[in-house]
Design a protein around this ligand. Sequence first.
Ligand code: ZN
Length: 157
Amino acid sequence: MQCELCGKECNCRPAIVDGVKMMLCPDCMRHGKGIDVVAKPTTSTKTILQRIKRPKEKDVYKDMNKELVANWNKLIKNAREKRGLSREELGFKIGERTVTISKIENGDLRPSDKVAEKLEKELDINLFEEVGGTPSGFCASHNRGGLTLGDFIKRED
Ligand SMILES: [Zn+2]
């Protein structure tokens, strides 16, 4: 291999010279900053791969531009009570079981897109909010108000 700085044939090693990666001979190595070839690249590649291969990727993509509002269960309950509907009546109207409505209103069950859309139409409410920008994965949804966490925690009234 040839040194990229002086052109000398040698056992060159990678180094950073003025921000540019070059192969340097031991003599020229003092001009640049040596790179630890073994440890560093392995770690960063692994981190990037982990980030890309998140299992949630598909869901995130699907819900890219809209997301259930944080207080969806209260919104549904309030709207239903305002209309003087019982859970049975609401369930009948949108073709869901009463127990499903109860679970949704308690926040125990997150309505599917389809059910949420039916509820929106029936109760004339907005259950989805537009999400600006591109979500960068798992952490982003946590930061946006704990919606993902909310799926696992029973909400208290
Ligand atoms: Zn050299």
